[in-house]
Write a protein that binds this ligand. Structure first.
Ligand SMILES: Cc1cc2nc3c(=O)[nH]c(=O)nc-3n(C[C@H](O)[C@H](O)[C@H](O)COP(=O)(O)OP(=O)(O)OC[C@H]3O[C@@H](n4cnc5c(N)ncnc54)[C@H](O)[C@@H]3O)c2cc1C
Length: 293
């Protein structure tokens, strides 16, 4: 079936996937489908082969060898934002900062935290993205999920996602198409102020403008991965062209010439040094794709 779609030009072969991530490293996707409408997803279904649904690639590390399966990105039909009362509906390909700004303008509270997270609504629903004490699970009321294995889309309640800190039980064949969120009354100027403060804080404390994928490790309960790595004096630790940021120790920054192997190597090095010296096993928050087991 994929072969037919390649011939029809709907699915492209050997597309540079690393370039579509914020790290800008990594190899090609075997196949790439840029779905402009739901029928594009139905055309590849049922599909139970190796698959990666990709948002804005802001939490991904793609292996230098690439990804040996089908990569799906969502396009135009999944990019709308709707506001009604204090409810916000957003398509999966909408960037989170766009949700934050639209809600702020309409005086809808609960979304200011999204202003500095460079992911998409779909990726955020899958990862339970969050910061500054909020996350997706606080406001999500339902999500439309397309199952590639059946070709059927269903409305799902967040309770079915088993949300935990930065995780859900959504699997790689379940594509989030849109989310509905319940906001709260807010004053547009106060929300704008809060967003400015968040942006200022990030500029002062995180290595914005560099190639990275946000927090490398999840925070252990009651602690912060960045603090642990910093206290061990590991800022600046380097593997190849990737180093622990000198601004924030839970961000690993890639320089020109970096490889996914460098990123992976630094993650393993820091993880083992932290374990050796503190007994804590840090768990990666970034998603590694194409690395095998
Ligand atoms: C500078 C910077 C700061 C960041 N700050 C934060 C932060 O404060 N808080 C935070 O939580 N994260 C942060 N991140 C990480 C990242 O932005 C979030 O995890 C975001 O939710 C990932 O969204 P994405 O669209 O980029 O997903 P991707 O990176 O493309 O994918 C991430 C995961 O989501 C899945 N996925 C993507 N789209 C869909 C979909 N439509 N349906 C189903 N699954 C999907 C992918 O398969 C993958 O498993 C930061 C990243 C950067 C670069």
């Amino acid at each position: 079936m994929l072969t037919d779609l390649v011939l029809a030009g709907t699915v492209r072969e050997d597309v540079n996937l690393g370039a579509l991530t914020t790290y800008k490293v990594g190899g090609p996707a075997r196949w790439l489908l840029e779905a402009e409408k739901i029928s594009d997803l139905q055309a590849v279904s049922p599909y139970d082969g190796t698959v990666l649904v990709m948002g804005r690639g802001s939490n991904l590390v793609v292996a230098d060898e690439g990804f040996p399966g089908l990569v799906i990105r969502l396009g135009a039909a999944f990019s709308g934002i709707g506001l009604e009362g204090y409810d916000v509906t957003a398509g999966s390909s909408v960037p989170l900062p766009a949700v934050a700004r639209a809600a702020a303008r309409a005086g809808i509270g609960g979304f200011a935290w999204m202003v500095g997270v460079p992911g998409s609504v779909g990726g955020a629903i899958r990862m339970n993205a969050g910061c500054f004490g909020s996350d997706v699970s606080n406001t999500l009321t339902s999500a439309t999920v397309f199952d590639l294995r059946t070709g059927v889309a269903t409305e799902r309640e967040p309770a079915t996602f088993d949300y935990q800190y930065r995780s859900s039980n959504l699997n790689s064949h379940e594509i989030v198409l849109a989310g509905q969120f319940a906001g709260s009354p807010g004053d547009p100027e106060e929300i704008e102020d809060a967003m400015r403060e968040i942006t200022r804080w990030r500029r002062d404390h995180q290595p914005g403008g560099t190639h990275n994928a946000g927090s490398v490790f999840k925070n252990p309960v009651g602690d912060a991965a960045g603090r642990i790595i910093d206290d061990l004096g590991l800022k600046g630790t380097r593997v190849g062209q990737v180093s622990v940021s000198t601004k924030h120790a839970n961000f690993f920054v890639a320089e020109p010439g970096a490889t996914a192997r460098d990123i992976h190597g630094l993650v393993m090095l820091v993880q083992s040094l932290v374990h050796e010296r503190t007994g804590i096993w840090l768990v990666p928050e970034m998603v590694f794709v194409g690395f095998g087991e």
